[in-house]
Design a binder for this molecule. Structure first.
Ligand SMILES: *[C@@H]1O[C@H](CO)[C@@H](O)[C@H](O)[C@H]1NC(C)=O
Ligand SMILES: *[C@@H]1O[C@H](CO)[C@@H](O)[C@H](O)[C@H]1NC(C)=O
Length: 407
């Protein structure tokens, strides 16, 4: 495995620190022409990442109840053209990423292609605010109101909209696969018994429900900055990872004692055992992606408090106004229906989905029907390995497909 070990700072969102000058020139990424944002992007993940590998791809758009127009891609057949004969699978990426997450490695290694080649009908979601999901029925990404959401709204709107869409298009219940934030929104929805009537099972990679033990010093320093200067950050509305504000934040964090930015990938996600460093360029072509600063502040609240609640407006009046109570409502992980099939896979080296936090989650679901809960622990794996490791097919995806066959 040593040959594949990533040894540099290269592939993560936070690569920008070491290239902050270059990043200044990349602002076109976020300052892209928004005039066409209400239209479907003709250029999309289908033409950029899927058809290029020889697969058929369908481009879809889904409008959420609060007006966001999301792009979705469907891979309905294997590379040799055999139509899918297994159930639909919805892939939901994490924060600062988009659907490209599932397509960045070679077809033999990337979950999106592996599933298609194994007969599954693959559907890829792209969260609001990412490059191909920036449309809205009445708002533009240049409007502050466009960014007035955190992951609470992904639970309430994006997740149900995409699940419902796949269900309606295929006439079938589906399997769900989430990575990182894609697990947080799923756990939260499941805890309220939402969307489960359309799901066969869920696979949660780098599961996140609690963040209080996050061992990434960069994530902790970021959380302090977001909470310490919440007004400043919220005033920016869009959290654009290649934008100047974020570059400046990272520079400041990296000057603080104890923060090792010589290897940002490792400092942020943990030491990934098995990511192919040759994928760097392709990664940087497609990621990182924007989210709302409110979402980042919400995650910072979780890191600093160890809780899993809705967004805290920071004062009783505003919480009262939004929630009818003085504190934000809690998502009760114990509320996840005990007979819902779940496959949790977590890594011993993951600095974001920390082992201690996963233990807290497992404690909360300890009464889950044992036949309906698979827990996989991979000692060597860190956060990015679950989606980018060169051996992820053998280590994670093959067992996941075995799990799917049972449900
Ligand atoms: C790593 O990436 C390079 C370039 O895409 C590729 O040639 C090589 O086969 C990859 N190695 C593995 C183990 O996937
Ligand atoms: C964003 O979308 C445009 C097309 O609208 C595309 O040319 C560009 O490569 C995309 N950028 C990223 C980072 O995905």
């Amino acid at each position: 495995m040593a040959a594949y070990t990533i040894t540099t700072s290269v592939i993560v969102f936070l690569y920008i620190i070491s290239a902050s000058q270059a990043a200044r020139n990349l602002n076109s990424f976020t300052a892209q022409d928004e005039s066409s944002s209400s239209m479907v992007n003709a250029v999309g993940l289908c033409s950029l990442m899927i058809e290029t590998e020889g697969y058929t791809c369908e481009q879809h758009t889904v409008t959420t109840k609060d007006g966001y127009i999301l792009s979705m891609q469907r891979i309905p057949a294997s590379r040799d053209g055999t139509k899918a004969d297994k159930p639909p699978v919805l892939l939901q990426h994490g924060v600062l990423m988009d659907g490209g997450t599932w397509l960045l490695n070679s077809p033999d290694e990337s979950l999106g292609f592996v599933l298609a080649d194994n007969g599954y009908d693959v559907w890829i979601a792209n969260t609001r605010g990412t490059n191909f999901s920036r449309g809205h029925t009445s708002l533009s990404p240049s409007d502050p109101a466009y960014w007035e959401w955190s992951w609470d709204e992904l639970v309430e709107f994006d997740l149900p909209a995409t699940i419902q869409f796949v269900h309606d298009q295929t006439g079938q219940n589906l399997h769900y696969v989430g990575h990182s934030l894609g697990t947080l929104i799923a756990f939260s929805a499941f805890s309220k018994d939402q969307t489960l009537n359309m799901l066969r099972s869920a696979v949660l990679l780098s599961p996140i429900a609690y963040l209080g033990q996050v061992s990434s010093t960069l994530a902790q320093a970021g959380a302090d900055a977001f909470l310490g200067e919440a007004l400043y950050w919220l005033g920016l509305h869009e959290f654009a990872p290649r934008g100047q504000a974020v570059v400046d934040l990272l520079s400041a964090i990296c000057k603080m004692p104890g923060n090792d930015c010589s290897n940002l990938m490792t400092s942020f996600t943990g030491q990934n055992c098995c990511v192919n460093s040759s994928m760097t360029d392709k990664f940087l072509e497609h990621e990182p992606q924007s989210t709302s600063t409110k979402n980042m502040v919400h995650l910072a609240q979780m890191i600093r408090r160890g809780t899993i609640t809705m967004y805290d407006y920071g004062n009783t009046d505003d919480n009262q106004k939004h929630y009818g109570q003085s504190t934000p409502p809690v998502y009760d992980m114990g509320g996840i229906p005990k007979d819902f099939p779940m496959y949790l896979s977590y890594g011993g080296a993951d600095a974001l989905s920390d082992v201690e936090d996963v233990k807290t989650l497992l404690e909360n679901v300890k009464d889950h029907d044992p036949d309906k809960l698979v827990v996989q622990y991979e000692e060597d794996y860190a956060h990015a390995d679950f989606v980018f490791a060169v051996n992820a097919k053998e280590v994670v995806y093959d067992p996941v497909m075995t799990f799917f066959k049972l449900h």
